[in-house]
Design a binder for this molecule. Structure first.
Ligand SMILES: [Ca+2]
Ligand SMILES: [Ca+2]
Length: 246
C-alpha cells in the first residue's frame, strides 16, 4: 500500500507526542487508530502500530561516591550492608524513587571509592540523593534527556570533589546538619562495647564502621572537623533549601 505524505506526517507527530508526553512508557508495539486528511482533502480512517524502542527514551546513569565501608572486621557481609550507600533518582527530594531508580554503590576493587549505576532511566528531571548511615545526605538536580549520551556520568560541580560525590560524616540523627547534637547522639552509645549484633548498635553512630560506637566516633565529629556545622545545602551542587522539605 502506498503511504501518502499526509499519513507520514500524522504518524510522525503522533509518535513524537507519545515520546514527549509519556517518557516512562514501556518499550513495545502499540495499536492506535486515527483520522487524517488525505491528499484529496477527504477524511480517512487508519489503524496503525507504533513501535517504541526502549533505547530511545532512557539512559544509563553512573557516578563515583566516597567513602564506602570495606572492612568487615570479621563480622561478615551483613555488617557491611548496614553501612551501604544508597543512591536514588527521586522525582523530588521528598518523593520516593520509582522502582529501578534506586541502587547501592558497589566497590568491586575493595577500596573506599565506590561506583553506582542506574540503568533504563527515563527522560526527566530528578533529584539525585546519596545517603550512607551517619553521613550527610548529598543531593543534586539531574536532568536526563535525549541530548545525553547513552551513559550519563554524573559528577558534582567544581574542582573541590574532583568528580567524586564525596560524603561528609557526622549527621547521625538525620536532621541534615552536622553539629553538637550528633556528638551527643554518639555519646549515648559509647561505653556499652556494642557489637553489630547488639540491638542497640546503630550504624549511623559508628562513623568509622569498625563495629562499635566509642570515642573514636565522637572524635570524628568535633569543632575542628572541616564540615562541623555544615548542612545539606553546603555540598557543591546541592539542591535549594526549600526543596528539601517540599
Ligand atoms: Ca545532625
Ligand atoms: Ca566506630
Amino acid at each position: 500500500m502506498k503511504t501518502s505524505n499526509a499519513k507520514k506526517i500524522s504518524l510522525f507527530v503522533l509518535a513524537a507526542l507519545m515520546v514527549v508526553a509519556l517518557p516512562a512508557i514501556a518499550a513495545g508495539t502499540f495499536d492506535f487508530e486515527t483520522l487524517y486528511r488525505s491528499e484529496n482533502n477527504s477524511v480517512v480512517y487508519g489503524a496503525y502500530k507504533i513501535t517504541v524502542e526502549e533505547t530511545s527514551i532512557t539512559r544509563t546513569v553512573t557516578g563515583l561516591v566516597f567513602p564506602m565501608a570495606v572492612n568487615d572486621y570479621g563480622y561478615g557481609a551483613g555488617f557491611l550492608e548496614m553501612h551501604d550507600i544508597v543512591v536514588e533518582l527521586r522525582p523530588s527530594f521528598g518523593t520516593p524513587a520509582q522502582p529501578g531508580l534506586s541502587t547501592k554503590a558497589m566497590q568491586p576493587d575493595g577500596n573506599s571509592l565506590a561506583s553506582f549505576t542506574l540503568e533504563n532511566v527515563p527522560f526527566g528531571n530528578y533529584t539525585l540523593c546519596i545517603k550512607r548511615p551517619g553521613y550527610l545526605v548529598r543531593t543534586m538536580y539531574v536532568t536526563v534527556s535525549a541530548d545525553d549520551s547513552p551513559t550519563v556520568a554524573l559528577t558534582p560541580p567544581g574542582a573541590q570533589d574532583n568528580g567524586v560525590f564525596n560524603l561528609w560524616w557526622g549527621d547521625c540523627n538525620d536532621d541534615y546538619r552536622i553539629d553538637n547534637e550528633d556528638i551527643i547522639a554518639i555519646m549515648e552509645l559509647t561505653g556499652f562495647n556494642l557489637t553489630p549484633t547488639d540491638p542497640l548498635y546503630d550504624p549511623s553512630r559508628d562513623l568509622n564502621a569498625d563495629g562499635t560506637v566509642n570515642q573514636l566516633d565522637v572524635d570524628m565529629v568535633n569543632v575542628s572537623y572541616a564540615h562541623y556545622n555544615s548542612n545539606v545545602t553546603d555540598y557543591p551542587g546541592a539542591i535549594n533549601a526549600e526543596d528539601f522539605f517540599s
